[in-house]
Ligand binder design. Sequence first.
Ligand code: ZN
Length: 205
Amino acid sequence: MPPSRSHDGAPREIEALIEAMARLPGLGPRSARRAVLHLIAKRRTLMAPMAETMARVADTAQACMTCGNISTSDLCPVCTDEGRATGQICVVEDVADLWAMERGQAFDGRYHVLGGTLSALDDIGPEDLHIPRLVDRIAAERVTEVILALNATVDGQTTAHYIAEALEGTGVAVTSLAQGVPIGGELDYLDDGTISAALKARKAL
Ligand SMILES: [Zn+2]
């Protein structure tokens, strides 16, 4: 019997690889095929080391126990960096936003990753977003300012107001990134200078 054929004329394992690649954000079937062909052409110098790194990260990646950043151990590099200022926590929706803030190099404190926004529609409540854990961190880390770097979407702003209310009475200042973050704009898509300007011009909520 001849091996089962796919419409590409590629063997089944390679077809499976193309299908897996095509599920990545920003890649469709066409760019997945091109990427796989490129990987195979560079299988010793690129594909094998990449597969090794991927296996290692798949094994070790986890959420930082304190802030929710992606880490390969219990605590992430930001939380273990003793040189960083304590007293300020920047609240972001997801890890991509944390990384965007870090690329901007304007913030020297620590982070809290919500992992989403409050949404009645999707049934996402405060517990799902680790807001109680944020409240615990205020006292434990002697935080004086919480900077909300949430996207200017309706859900992002609803979440911002919820957090501001949850922190009332804790004595902590709650500020928000200045306008400059476009409506519906996601932090990850902003250039580093814009993030830095929005942080400098932050205002009390
Ligand atoms: Zn962390």
